[in-house]
Ligand binder design. Structure first.
Ligand SMILES: [Zn+2]
Ligand SMILES: [Zn+2]
Length: 186
């Protein structure tokens, strides 16, 4: 297996802006050096919606992505505009299986600023790319990083995301390189 033959699948779930999908695909390709492909829209899986919370649970979405992932994709990342949660948190920007195949990101909370006014497309693109790279990092077994500037540090709030550049610290770069070696990537 070489990284040239495998791809990262970018899977729109429900409605997702085409330009956002392209930005996510381009950033993942650049930072992980693995070709990306934007797939055709799929509906959000049944059972993900929680009517009490009015939000979608990440876990059934990730489960369904893992099952639908084609063989030639080493990883799959769902992209959606709906609001996501995991049971212990009120909302999340994204979620991933640590060392698994699947991740999901939402632009729901990325599209607006502090005063709820819509942010520029450029800001939305930056935020979406950062979340996608961060979640994809988790699928390559990268845990949260203590280095504040690193894209793998945790980001509970949007202002924290906006301060970051897309950058892996030395520790995370080495960790990722080791993981690639284990996976048999060149
Ligand atoms: Zn994280
Ligand atoms: Zn780091």
């Amino acid at each position: 297996m070489t990284s040239e033959k495998k791809i990262i699948a970018v899977q729109p779930l429900g409605r997702a802006r085409r330009d956002v999908l392209e930005v996510i695909a381009a950033n993942l390709q650049a930072f992980f050096q693995i070709r990306t492909e934007v797939f055709l829209d799929q509906p959000i899986p049944d059972g993900a919606y929680n009517s009490q919370r009015g939000q979608y649970n990440c876990y059934p979405i990730i489960e369904s992505l893992r099952i639908s992932k084609p063989h030639h994709a080493i990883k799959i990342i769902g992209v959606t505009e709906v609001d996501l949660f995991i049971p212990i948190l009120t909302y999340v920007f994204g979620e991933a299986e640590l060392g698994g195949n699947a991740a999901v990101v939402s632009t729901y909370r990325l599209a607006r600023g502090k005063d709820r006014e819509p942010v520029s497309s450029r800001r939305l693109f930056e935020r979406a790319a950062k979340i996608a790279v961060h979640e994809m990092g988790h699928t390559f077994r990268l845990p949260h990083c203590k280095e504040d500037r690193c894209i793998m540090s945790s980001f509970p709030v949007l202002s924290h995301i906006d301060e970051k550049t897309i950058y892996f610290c030395r520790y995370c770069t080495t960790f990722l390189r080791d993981e690639y070696e284990k996976l048999g990537f060149a």
